[in-house]
Design a protein around this ligand. Structure first.
Ligand code: ASP
Length: 438
């Protein structure tokens, strides 16, 4: 017997058909004991997620508008799911209670959290599982940070009482009894916390894609799926733009050594992607695990003769950035030059002040800021063993006629990061992808 915790995202619970698929998935494997549910997501691209509708209700109430008509759409979504499933379940009392509570200043997070609360009530009933309210098992501290210890103990204690249960994702409770949510997409985090608390063998995260792809499918046609990825590789890739999993979902399971399996509710036979702490039995059969990137970076170039012998030069630059609340991505340096790569959005409206402060603190020969940089991360745990990977990356870009503006290789040899002009971004991804994946 294994213990699996399964989380279904909003698109997996958007309507009755998806509920049926979810029930089939859950029931097809008795090891799937604990189910974490999101609020109903979009059914079609122009649709609105229930969470967004609830945020909207909250704004309407603040503006003293009557939400009756708008709220009816939310009621219709839940009642539509219940009636399409042919369930004998009356949720109107709950819906009315939520509406009243929202109108009586129960807070923005309370409003948003009701999406998962109501959906989980329905799912628990549909599956015949116990309903365990997250407000009894997920705790935050007074300062708003997550209370991991208290949560782990209470969650483990509560779940011991239920062989099978549904737990709403996304929210928990503050010491003063108010509801607080994680950041958007936070049901992933709840799933991970539940998996950690019950020492699950696997945390299955069911969504609408068959795991991570080796490259962005908007750039590469039909990219190969990633079968196995380590947490560290994922961090390198997700930080560059992959958005399948909430970043904070990694920590509770990573420390417990629990693998996350990303699965597709619409294609349950696909194995999806396994995210593991260390590869052990999962060896990489490709040199690179994935290539990802993002546009929208700027370079602050600083030149000064004899910079390399000036003690504290870099620290002064970093002090300036800290004073202006700018976090940097990379600092490639030469003997007399230093470049700081920052997200363009982070320096918007501050460029002149930053340059003036750098001039004042470091007396450089020259400071300039260039925009329009894209970063491309080539990530792979197998790179450390494969000779010539960097050469292949640079050669493929040269063959495609792409000028490399920056190179940075982490000393762990897990990644190579290149900076290219934004206009070359897509071509760079294509060139690198086709060099390593035939
Ligand atoms: N429903 C919440 C959101 O839309 C949380 C989640 O789905 O994970 O962000």
């Amino acid at each position: 017997m294994q213990m699996k915790v399964v989380k279904f995202g909003g698109s997996s619970l958007a309507d009755a058909d998806h509920f049926r698929q979810v029930a089939q998935i859950v029931k097809s494997d008795p090891d799937r004991h604990y189910v974490v549910a999101s609020a109903p997501g979009k059914r079609f691209s122009a649709d609105i997620k229930v969470t967004d509708m609830l945020y909207h209700c909250y704004e309407m109430i603040r503006n003293r508008e009557d939400i009756t008509e708008y709220y009816q759409q939310i009621k219709d979504r839940y009642n539509g799911i219940i009636s399409d499933l042919g369930m004998d379940f009356d949720i109107d009392g709950e819906l009315e209670y939520v509406k009243n509570a929202m109108c009586h200043a129960s807070g923005r997070d309370y409003a948003a959290s009701r999406g998962e609360y109501l959906n989980s009530l329905i799912l628990a009933k549909y599956l015949g599982f116990a309903f365990v309210d997250a407000e009894n098992v997920i705790f935050f501290k007074d300062n708003g940070s997550f209370d991991a210890e208290r949560t782990r103990v209470a969650m483990a204690e509560e779940l011991k009482k239920h062989e099978y249960a549904v737990i709403p994702g996304f929210y928990g409770i503050m010491p003063n009894g108010t509801i607080k949510t994680f950041s958007r997409g936070g049901s992933d985090v709840t799933g991970s916390i539940v998996a950690g608390a019950v020492c699950a063998d696997t945390y299955e995260n069911w969504t609408d894609v068959s795991g991570f792809m080796m490259a962005d499918p908007r750039i590469i046609d039909n990219p190969s799926p990633i079968e196995t990825i380590t947490y560290r590789e994922l961090r390198e890739l997700s930080y560059m733009g992959a958005t399948v999993l909430h970043e904070d979902a990694v920590f509770p399971v990573r420390s417990a050594g629990i693998p996350i399996n990303i699965r597709n509710t619409n294609a349950p036979a696909d194995p999806g992607t396994m995210i593991v702490a260390n590869t052990g039995s999962y060896d990489a059969h490709r040199v690179i695990t994935g290539v990802a990137g993002r546009k929208g970076f700027s370079v602050i170039n600083i030149d000064k003769d004899m910079m390399n012998s000036e003690v504290g030069f870099t620290r002064r630059i970093l002090d300036v950035l800290e004073d202006h609340e700018v976090s940097f991505e990379h600092i490639p340096s030469g003997v007399d030059t230093l470049s700081v790569i920052v997200p363009t959005a982070a320096i918007e409206g501050k460029v002149e002040k930053l340059i003036a402060a750098i001039e004042r603190r470091t007396r450089p020969d020259h400071v300039s800021v260039e925009n329009g940089l894209a970063l491309v991360a080539v990530v792979g745990r197998a790179m450390v063993k494969a000779k010539g990977t960097a050469a292949r990356v640079f050669d493929s870009l040269a063959q495609a006629g792409i000028n490399i503006r920056m190179i940075d290789q982490g000393s762990s040899e897990l990644n190579i990061i290149v900076g290219v002009d934004e206009k070359d971004y897509e071509a760079a991804i294509r060139a690198i992808y086709s060099e390593f994946v035939h």
